[in-house]
Design a protein around this ligand. Sequence first.
Ligand code: NAP
Length: 339
Amino acid sequence: MSEGQMRAAWFSETGPPEVIRSGFLPVPVPGPRQVLVRVEAAALNPIDTYIRAGAVRFPLPTPYIPGCDLAGSVVAAGPQCELQVGDRVWGSNQGLFGRQGTFSEFCAVDQQWLYPLPDSVSAKQAAAGALVGITAHLGLFLHAGLQAGETVFVNGGSGGVGSAVVQLAKAAGAQVITTAGSPEKARLCRQSGADHVILYRAENIDQRLPEIVSQTGPIHVWFETLRMPALDRCIPQMAMRGRIIFMAGRDSRPEFPLGPFYVRDLRAIGFAMFNASAEEQRQAATELNSMLADGRFRPAVGAEFSIADAAQAHLLQEQKTIRNESSIHGKILILPGMI
Ligand SMILES: NC(=O)c1ccc[n+]([C@@H]2O[C@H](COP(=O)([O-])OP(=O)(O)OC[C@H]3O[C@@H](n4cnc5c(N)ncnc54)[C@H](OP(=O)(O)O)[C@@H]3O)[C@@H](O)[C@H]2O)c1
């Protein structure tokens, strides 16, 4: 490697995982309100694969470095930054809206997207919990207004977003019902705080869910993390004035049972985390930080890859989220220090 170069993964045209290449690119120069972060850990999210495949269109710099999430330490700071060299930080929201992503040794990040990394929290854990934790927090609190004592149903509680929703809802004093694909994942959901877990492959959800709801009382917040919701299953189990959160499934056109929806005074709320303002995301991150520090939020790591193996990491994310073919539990990380 020559002076001023860094290891990075990138692509210049969208397509299958193989379009991702790796090698050396110039170290970016931070702008006045940016810091240069030495990336210790970056995490993969489904949106990275949609952008790479060309299914979600953002303006992309050429070459484009993928990745939204990162954690590491500040090695240089622009003149208008409060962050200082040596500060440990984490953040998300990179690789979007024309910004470069995080799958590189160094990343120039506007300081509005960075949060202090508590001493007791590892860079791997912070990166693993970044986008999914902010998403879960925005959905439960900004959008659904979750209150202590309410009942939350999370469809997909062993997934990246789902397991964050389970942990945050439990910590907020909610009763939590969720679904998992195997007894082992059900055990992990219970460990995260789920009170009831339905094995969606082995059990009949339409039978089990009403049985559980007869014990917990009706559902106040339904957090749907699947791309195709079963609204005929969901709506009859909702409490009056319950809130249904949709945050996945750009191509979904589900049937909508309007009658049972409006007679319960229900609300359907859609959101994408990257639409939230920097201030809204910071509020979520500040609470996540205290939960990371005291162990109420423990993001799991499922697999670790080097920058050179970023294409393999993308393939695994697609197998997990799009094809539901992977049994891994926890986030997929890229570790720039792994050669
Ligand atoms: N709107 C936003 O801001 C936002 C933010 C983040 C993510 N998303 C979207 O949200 C979705 C989830 O993301 P993620 O990162 O959590 O993905 P993920 O980690 O791959 O989790 C998906 C989970 O869905 C579960 N699942 C699959 N089929 C199921 C079924 N039939 N019934 C119940 N559960 C099932 C799987 O559980 P098992 O492993 O137990 O089988 C898997 O863990 C993606 O579509 C993503 O694009 C949106």
